[in-house]
Ligand binder design. Structure first.
Ligand code: SAM
Length: 289
């Protein structure tokens, strides 16, 4: 080990996750930016091995190296389940990675990203330009307002897919995890429309996942499925999204479309989609899928 190696080894960003008694750290070269907005504290780090890292309120959000896992799984399972999603709304998602994945689907005619904090997007443009490369697509619309309000005011039966790419259920995101919000989504979705929401770690947030799923059913959704995927920079390294569908089930998807898709993905493919629909026994027991 050289002296330089030893010096950099002393500098880590560490997120302690008290609920699971665990911590995740990335070795960093320097903190590039820090600010407090009206909504949250945002930091950007340059890491030694993971590219840039965005942290909100002390929680890791996005790294250059592993964000594809999350962004692809928040988008493609829902879009390859829907027969033809023309209008998509993303709530949160200010780093723009989900928007980029959604716009890879040529059937999408309009995608709105509704992010409460404009600074997240401005910093993503600066430090994660590859995630923002679809922002100039004529089908994209970027709004900087509260997603809860946006969905409450949305025209009934006007949207095919709603993707809730939010922070944890505290602060501005708290109201994105309850039956009232899901009822707004239900009303705004067209028949067979799909809601998909990031639903934290199956290993430590099982009670949250259960309460989200039951609130989705209370709101009227017919089918609910929770899909797992790896996500190294989030607590436990294992994450999930929960899909809910209006008036149709979620067991099948456009498998042939996923196999012959005309755009690149690094994680998602038809086999991954099928595998993500499978449940380990403890989740089967807990969720009844
Ligand atoms: N991938 C991340 C994760 O699961 O930790 C989420 C990343 S994305 C940056 C989350 C975004 O949700 C944040 O930029 C935050 O400002 C936004 N957000 C939180 N509450 C919101 C709300 N009520 N309306 C719109 N955006 C919201």
């Amino acid at each position: 080990m050289t002296a330089a190696d030893s010096a950099t080894e002393d500098r880590w960003f560490t997120e302690q996750h008290l609920r699971s008694g665990s911590a995740f750290g990335l070795r960093v070269k320097e903190r590039l930016h820090a600010e407090t907005t009206p909504y949250q504290t945002i930091e950007i780090y340059d890491t030694t091995d993971w590219g840039h890292l965005m942290v909100i309120d002390g929680c890791t959000m996005v790294s250059t190296r592993d964000n594809f896992l999350y962004h692809e799984m928040m988008s493609h399972p829902a879009l390859f389940t829907h027969a033809r999603a023309k209008r998509v709304v993303i709530i949160g998602g200010g780093d723009c990675g989900t928007l980029r994945e959604v716009l890879r689907h040529e059937e999408v005619e309009h995608a709105v990203q509704v992010e409460i904090d404009e600074r997240v997007t401005r910093l993503a443009e600066q430090y994660f330009p590859e995630l923002c490369e679809a922002n100039g697509d004529p089908r994209a619309e970027l709004l900087f307002i509260d997603g809860i309000r946006y969905m409450a005011d949305a025209e009934p039966e006007s949207i095919d897919v709603v993707i809730v790419d939010s922070t944890d259920p505290v602060g501005p995101a708290e109201g994105l995890f309850n039956a009232e919000f899901y009822a707004s989504c239900f009303k705004a979705l067209r028949p067979s429309g799909i809601l998909v929401q990031q639903s934290e770690s199956p290993l430590v947030h099982l009670e949250l996942i259960k309460s989200m799923r039951s609130a989705m059913r209370v709101a009227g959704f017919h089918a609910v499925r929770t899909l797992g995927f790896p996500q190294p920079i989030y607590p436990t390294g294992w994450w999930s999204c929960t899909m809910a569908r209006k008036g149709a089930d979620l067991s099948g998807f456009r498998e042939r479309g996923a196999q012959t898709k005309q755009f690149p993905t690094r994680y998602y493919n038809a086999e991954i989609h099928k595998a993500a629909l499978a449940q380990p026994n403890f989740l089967r027991d807990a969720l009844g899928d």
